[in-house]
Design a protein around this ligand. Structure first.
Ligand code: S3P
Length: 184
């Protein structure tokens, strides 16, 4: 495939509950790309849930698995894909470098209250279990902000917006770039 016809990958990053999977799927459907979710890939590879990996190996064990997966994906060099990532994928510098190599990195920016509303009653995120979820979300978001900024090629706000609209905004940017480069 010529360089001009190559479809870049999109890598969707953002906090838990920002809509990475939903919006990633939309981008894939609208642009004819294939969708992948890194949490699901890790679960398929290990045969157990993210919660079980956290319980057995701790957060560090899970982060190690995330890095191994990214290394594998970058090594494969596939294009025409959309990857939704786990919210903490951006924590390691090594991962941020790998994410950049994997594709165009889109950061879904979300407010703490939106996360709280969307994830009320959720039991699948080990880092948000227990009391005072608002404090947990606010602190975690604050501590991760610079990592998201560093990892992202561009950012899109998601609060109060429909997934299809956000996906179109992301793809619109691609069309504008292609026009500027006279690819279309
Ligand atoms: C995590 C986010 C989760 C999952 C794991 C850790 C995080 O993915 O990878 O529970 O550290 O933010 P989602 O962002 O898809 O919920």
């Amino acid at each position: 495939m010529s360089e001009q016809n190559r479809k870049t990958n999109y890598v969707v990053i953002g906090f838990m509950g920002s809509g990475k999977t939903t919006i990633g799927r939309r981008i894939a459907a609208l642009s004819g790309r294939e969708f992948f979710d890194t949490d699901v890939m890790i679960e398929q590879e290990t045969g157990v849930s993210v919660t079980e990996i956290f319980a057995a190996e701790g957060e560090e064990g899970f982060r190690r698995r995330e890095t191994q997966l990214l290394q594998k994906l970058v090594g494969e060099g596939a294009d025409g894909r959309v990857y939704a990532t786990g919210g903490g994928m951006i924590l390691r510098q090594e991962n941020r470098d790998l994410l950049h190599r994997l594709g165009e990195v889109v950061w879904l920016q979300v407010k703490p209250q939106t996360v709280i509303d969307r994830l009320s009653g959720d039991t699948t995120r080990p880092l948000l279990q227990g009391d005072d979820r608002m404090r947990k979300v606010t602190d975690l978001m604050q501590s991760r902000r610079s990592c998201y900024e560093d990892a992202a090629d561009f950012a899109v706000s998601v609060d109060g917006r429909r997934p299809a609209e956000i996906a179109r905004q992301i793809l619109c940017r691609e069309n504008q770039k292609a026009l500027l480069e006279r690819r279309i």
